[in-house]
Design a protein around this ligand. Structure first.
Ligand SMILES: *Cc1c(COP(=O)(O)O)cnc(C)c1O
Length: 383
């Protein structure tokens, strides 16, 4: 590919993502409905309708809508009444191990599969001790974990299997919706996620009795009779969040289509570049189009990931080193035996190489091409 020397930087910063914002008039109409009813939370109309839509879209009858994705994870763990150690990945957002810590559990980090960047089942099984009670996998960038292998291990060792599905809204494996796997899946509806309610989240489980327990836990411990029979908390979603979600839902397919063409454009522009790779699309997987990560092999590319990250910034392109550093490097976790870098070689290598490029529906294909040309220019700088 020929690259001209006169590429100038973007006049406005290009951020790594932008929230899907539907026309404000549609949201205003929804707000008027809420005002008329004068009902702002506690299983109102908007919450009931959104719950239905999510049940249909994610293919699970057991949906609990919550205040955010971190609370969803914390409540998933709480509802399963876990103790001791939980095996998880260091290559994730801090919310994942923190949800364990908030429940008084010890995260045990296991290394990742270097290709799809999710937990390596072999490393998971090797990390099991007499104190292990669960496995907490993360569908990183919407790449599904090795769901069947993890389930086999969980069953064999009588462990619960939890998934952080914050990136996996709409992901399917062999046609099966992602929330069918494991005991429980936590979704985030944060503004930066493909589907969002500004802040929000959900728990989905195949077990209806577990859903009932979650709903009670998340609403102060009130049971169906309106009596308080356990220690609950408040982590409900409200009507305004749900209304936003319903309006966002109307634009979800269009957003996915736009992201799909952006992804194709990036892949076409970048595929011939030595030292640069991206996750091979798995034909068995319906993607969530949450992020577009690339990997930069410094030796072959001629520049490190950090050099590319800094150089892009100079052109007003705000890529993200997502996830870097690893959770096992945070001061709160780095003392753990499982956080020893020698035990996590793949996670450390991936965290040094990965870079998420700007990826959102309103990003023009022209901007995508410019970003790609600048990456090539950066590669050739100083040669
Ligand atoms: C966004 C995210 C969360 C947290 O979700 P919030 O809704 O922001 O609390 C948890 N895990 C992962 C992997 C995430 O990306």
């Amino acid at each position: 590919m020929k690259v001209s020397d006169n590429l100038v930087s973007f006049s406005e910063p290009i951020l790594v993502t932008r929230p899907l914002l539907p026309p404000i008039e549609e949201f205003s109409l929804k707000l008027s409905e809420i005002w008329k009813k004068a009902w702002l939370t506690n299983s109102g109309d908007q919450l009931r309708i959104l719950n239905q839509r999510i049940q249909t879209y994610l293919g699970s009858p057991n949906v609990s809508l919550l205040g955010n994705g971190t609370l969803a994870l914390i409540m998933a763990i709480k509802a399963l009444e876990l103790e001791g150690e939980v095996i998880t990945t260091p290559f994730t957002f801090p919310a994942t191990p923190h949800a364990l810590s908030w429940n008084g559990l010890t995260p045990v980090f296991a290394d990742i599969d270097p290709l799809n960047m999710t937990l390596d089942p072999i490393q998971v099984e090797a990390a099991i001790t007499s104190k292990t009670t669960a496995i907490l996998g993360v569908h990183v960038y919407g790449n599904p974990c090795h769901v069947e292998a993890l389930q086999t291990i969980a069953t064999r060792h009588h462990l619960k299997l939890i998934f952080d599905a914050a990136h996996a809204f709409g992901t399917r494996v062999n046609g099966v919706p992602i929330a069918h796997f494991g005991d429980i899946s936590a979704f985030s509806f944060h503004a930066t996620k493909l589907f969002h309610t500004a802040e929000g989240g959900a728990l989905l489980t195949p077990h209806s009795e577990l859903k009932a327990k979650i709903d009670k836990l998340c609403n102060f411990g009130f049971n169906e009779k309106g009596e308080v029979d356990s220690i609950g908390i408040n982590c409900k979603m409200n009507e305004i969040q749900a209304a936003l979600g319903l309006v966002v839902f109307n634009y979800l397919q269009a957003e996915r289509d736009k992201r799909k063409s952006i992804l194709t454009c990036y892949q076409n522009c970048l595929q011939e570049i030595k030292g640069l790779s991206f996750i091979e699309p798995n034909p068995k997987v319906v993607q969530s189009y949450q992020y577009f990560p690339i990997r930069i092999n410094a030796k072959q590319f001629g520049k490190t990931r950090d050099e590319v990250f800094e150089a892009l910034k100079k052109y007003n392109i705000m890529s993200r080193r997502y996830f870097y550093p690893l959770c096992s490097e945070y001061p709160h976790y780095s003392h753990l035996p499982s956080a020893d870098p020698k035990r996590l070689p793949h996670a450390h290598q991936v965290a040094q190489e990965v870079l998420c490029l700007p990826f959102y529906g309103n990003l023009s294909l022209k901007a995508v091409q410019t970003i790609c040309h600048l990456i090539i220019k950066i590669k050739n700088q100083g040669k």
